[in-house]
Design a protein around this ligand. Structure first.
Ligand code: PMP
Length: 440
């Protein structure tokens, strides 16, 4: 009997007992290809020798030192590295233990920025309906997944939601991508004007929506217009790259492909590749300066900030990605994965959309392709696909999001950056069999 409160109380989970490269093993000796990196975490796969060595070396030197007394070397070096690779204008990094903590910190930075600069009336957060930003109360308030929010709503800070940029569901027949992108971005302007522009603090969005929607990128031009709208009304742009960032889409940051620079960016997951829990906020010089010239501190903090082991792991992950030119592999293997998915699923009766960027790809399952009608939520199709995939030695991330009030089913693929063609072919073959078995 387990003494852990698991997510699914009645499910019996296999015991993960080891991992090597792209595979995880359970205690019964079964092997699974980790085609989702957990939840887009394990970007270097499992049991990577360089990571094991880096963790040993850091544990030998220093495991922990509280940030009210000390800074530490791995944290300083990691911050230098992240800022060197960050979009122009970002000047500092703030290290926490995961994605939700990063989002909480970013929201509080936005708020403190306006307090420091004499505009305390700016308090409203705008986010998008189909989005996930974490499960702590601030991050949950920002997220748009009603299923996750419903019972906690009385505890959530008020957040205002607009429609996402989601071409498969919201682009009208005959509307160009460009026109749709401008229309979708106008929803932000309308909401800012409705709330009163001097009350709005920040707009939060995932450049490629992950956990609620299975890798939905915005159409070209959408985020550039979003940036213009934020600038016009003095609203801070927070891009949540916890899932889609750190190389997952083929560039270090997903927003590079959208041609925008945020004021605040959250990263996690692939930052430490699962070797340690770590997340971060990257902030622009403008926000740092407001703190530096104002109160002289950011009023926030956690016990495990700048954790030396976590920062050493993240540093080693990023060094391996750089040394082994893994972003080139993400691009090449991402193109191969997209091709294979298209061959296998573009005529599938129950796959309505195949989308994504780099090694971050999603399928949307529909009951009916022409009407795009989702499956009845009571079928829990995404959970069935996960089970059928595991029975075939494959791990894929099942997502259920809120689409037009109904829950849709999605599959998210986020394999390790070290993946090769043969493994991708096996993933798509097993996934095809799993989807066929689940919809039967
Ligand atoms: N933001 C995004 C975009 C995410 O995908 C997630 C996790 N799925 C989070 C925030 C929360 O991260 P964590 O689970 O590490 O708290």
């Amino acid at each position: 009997m387990t003494r852990i409160l698991h997510r699914q109380i009645h499910a019996t989970l296999p015991v993960a007992s080891g991992g090597k490269g792209i595979e995880l093993f359970d205690s019964d000796g079964r092997a699974y290809i980790d085609a989702s990196g957990g939840a887009a975490v394990s970007c270097l796969g499992h049991g990577h020798r360089d990571l094991i060595a880096a963790l040993h070396a850091q544990a030998d030197k220093l495991a922990y030192a509280h940030t009210s007394f000390f800074t530490n070397e791995p944290a300083e070096t990691l911050a230098e590295m992240l800022i060197a690779g960050a979009p122009q204008g970002m000047s500092h990094a703030y290290f926490v233990s995961g994605g939700s903590e990063a989002v909480e910190a970013a929201l509080k930075m936005a708020r403190q920025f306006f307090v420091e600069t004499g505009r305390p009336e700016r308090r409203n957060v705008i986010a998008r309906r189909q989005s996930y930003h974490g499960n702590t109360l601030g991050a949950l308030a920002a997220g748009g997944n009603e299923w996750r929010r419903a019972q906690f709503r009385p505890l959530l800070i008020e957040t205002h939601h607009i429609d996402p940029c989601y071409a498969y569901r919201y682009r009208e027949a005959g509307e160009s991508e460009e026109a749709y992108g401008l229309r979708a971005a106008k929803a932000l302007e309308d909401k800012i004007l409705e709330l009163g522009s001097d009350t709005v603090m920040a707009f939060v969005a995932e450049p490629v929506v992950g956990a609620t929607a299975g890798a939905v990128p915005a159409v070209p031009g959408y985020f550039r217009r979003i940036r213009e709208v934020c600038d016009r009304y003095g609203v801070l742009l927070i891009l949540d790259e916890v899932m889609c960032g750190m190389g997952r889409t083929g560039t270090l940051h997903a927003c590079e492909q959208d041609g925008v620079v945020p004021d605040l960016m959250t990263i996690a997951k692939g930052l430490g590749g699962g070797y340690q829990p770590i997340g971060a906020v990257l902030l622009s010089g403008r926000i740092f300066d407001a703190f530096a010239e104002g109160s002289g501190f950011f009023q926030h903090g956690h016990t495990y900030m700048c954790h030396p082991m976590a920062c050493a792991a993240a540093l080693a992950v990023q060094e391996v990605i750089d040394r082994d030119r893994l972003l080139d592999n993400v691009k090449a293997m991402g193109a191969h994965l997209a091709r294979r998915l298209s061959e296998r699923f573009s005529h599938h009766a129950h796959v309505g959309d195949i989308r994504g960027r780099g090694l971050f790809m999603g399928l949307e399952l529909v009951e009916d392709r022409s009407s795009k009608e989702p499956f009845d939520p009571s079928r829990k199709l995404h959970a069935r696909i996960k089970r059928e995939a595991m029975a075939r030695g494959l791990l894929v991330y099942p997502a259920g999001g809120t689409i037009d009030g109904a829950r849709g089913d999605h599959v998210l693929l986020a394999p390790p950056f070290i993946i090769d063609r043969a493994a991708i072919d096996t993933i798509v073959e097993r996934l095809g069999d799993a989807v066929d078995a689940a919809v039967a």
